[in-house]
Design a protein around this ligand. Structure first.
Ligand code: GLN
Length: 478
């Protein structure tokens, strides 16, 4: 058994055949992850007590002859914006450096009920704001495939852990691309489910109308199994959907013949030539599998970045108001008055990107500017959603690039926020529309940098998205 390439199915087979116990596997996985971590910095901290007791519960169930659950014994890494009771959760921020949540996120409860074993919490951009993981207060993460390059962001630690083999699967969060883009940069599978498919309860809020929790994995099947375990209605999140959760793996039969796919004209403009060639080759592979590929148009795409950075910052400015030195946070000591205390706590605690977004978001929501910016952005958001609705009346799924370029060098874009924001050009449209989208590995550049292909589907049509991604993955393996 090679711990670096372990799949959910292999863990299950090994446990049920009694080749190893869940506790033995957890011990080995923790040992390996701790030894490898210095090369990437993917994990901020490990959780051996929690992981080993979860593994012991799995072993007890197996000994009793009970079903140990679909994630039994599977080593999981969790992005540090998802709350874990009793286990420090920092959101990559100095403000929350010592914060220990009093409750678990719903996704965490479900993951552990399904038998998952949490190894630790992964590094990320502060409050999930960023595309390179360089906005973390606790240092950057290195891409395991190219140590001088970023892993992408904001779920950079989760993507790096899965790529490096220090977790079998991971949870990330995506607001405008933070699962798909790092998955693409690290050569793993990353899924942003339909908005409302997974409860946001216990996910530290960045932009509530855009935030999603979703899986990162080495295979489409593993991503589907993890999503299945955490999806579904949760009374603790009013925006979580009632829609029943289908069996995702059942749709993955390798047959995609006759599936109609749209290739958005507007998405092929800014690509570097190598990325463009790899996406074209990926589309050709889907054509050989019997899919009918046609060009489609999503005309509002040009306005997507502006629209996203107004809505996301507006919501962020409101959500981050809670970090005031009274609740959650460490407090600045040197203040004489209450307003000084707020100002100093926030001034010392937030990093530059959070401050930039709080200022921008406060500005677009202020009296006199609300109509010109925020309301306008909401209208553009409706146009983007309408583009997708129109496209899906003609096609079953959309294929697109994830990012205009592969993983860039550490430090390359950090002083140019606008260049950084452009990394999200192909991912934020799906987020604004609330549709399911994912990144599936599509090949590597001459330098060996992974490139992901994006698959987008109708609301709650994860089954078609997974079917296509799985067939593509199989075709590439052959
Ligand atoms: N990179 C985008 C941003 O900085 C998306 C982040 C995310 O999806 N959390 O906002």
């Amino acid at each position: 058994m090679d711990i670096r390439s372990l799949s959910i199915g292999q863990v299950r087979d090994g446990l049920l055949a009694r080749r190893f116990s869940a506790v033995e596997l957890a011990q080995e996985a923790l040992r390996f992850a701790e030894a490898q971590n210095p090369s990437t910095g993917a994990y901020l901290r490990f959780s051996p007590d929690r992981g080993l007791s979860a593994a012991a519960r799995v072993d007890q169930k197996i000994a009793r002859g009970d079903d140990p659950g679909p994630l039994a014994g599977v080593p999981v890494a969790v992005k540090d914006v998802i709350l874990t009771k009793g286990l420090r959760t920092t959101c990559g921020s100095k403000l929350l450096a010592e914060y220990v949540p009093p409750y678990d996120a719903t996704a965490i409860i479900r993951l552990e009920e399904a038998g998952g074993v949490i190894l630790g919490k992964t590094n990320c951009d502060e409050f999930a704001m960023g595309s390179s993981n360089e906005n973390s207060a606790f240092g950057p993460v290195r891409n395991p495939l190219a140590p001088d390059r970023v892993p992408g962001g904001s779920s950079g630690g989760s993507a790096a852990a899965v790529a490096q083999g220090t977790a079998a699967v991971a949870l990330g969060s995506d607001t405008g691309g933070s699962i798909r883009q790092p998955a693409s940069f690290c050569g793993v599978v990353g899924v942003t489910p339909t908005y409302g498919r997974v409860s946001r309860y216990g996910l530290a809020a960045f932009a509530s109308s855009l935030d999603h929790i979703g899986p990162l994995a080495r295979t489409v099947r593993d991503a589907a199994v993890l999503l299945q375990a955490i999806a579904g209605r949760d009374p603790m999140d009013a925006t979580s959907a009632e829609a029943p959760v289908p069996d995702y793996t059942q749709s993955m039969d390798g047959n995609v013949k006759g599936l109609k796919l749209g290739l958005p004209r507007e998405y092929l403009k800014e690509l570097t030539s190598e990325t463009g060639d790899l996406i074209a080759a990926g589309v050709a592979t889907l054509g050989k599998l019997g899919c009918e590929v046609r060009e489609i148009s999503l005309p509002a795409t040009d306005y997507a970045i502006g629209c996203y950075y107004i809505i996301a910052t507006a919501e962020a400015s409101s959500n981050l108001a809670r970090y005031d030195g009274v609740r959650y946070t460490s407090r600045s000591e040197a203040s004489a008055t209450l307003s000084d205390m707020y100002r100093n706590t926030r001034g010392e605690g937030f990093g530059a990107e959070c401050k930039r977004r709080i200022m921008l978001g406060t500005y677009v929501l202020s009296a006199g500017y609300y109509d010109a910016y925020y309301l306008k952005a909401q209208k553009v958001r409706a146009l983007i959603a309408r583009d997708f609705a129109r496209a899906f009346s003609e096609v079953d799924a959309i294929v697109a690039p994830v990012s205009p370029f592969p993983a860039f060098k550490l430090g390359e874009k950090i002083d140019d926020p606008l260049a950084m924001y452009l990394s999200d050009i192909y991912t934020i449209t799906g987020s604004l529309a609330g549709i399911p989208c994912m990144s599936v590995p599509c090949g590597k550049t001459a330098e060996g940098l992974p490139v992901g292909m994006q698959i987008l589907a109708k609301h709650f049509d994860e089954p078609t998205m997974f079917r296509l991604a799985d067939a593509f993955e199989r075709a590439r393996a052959n």
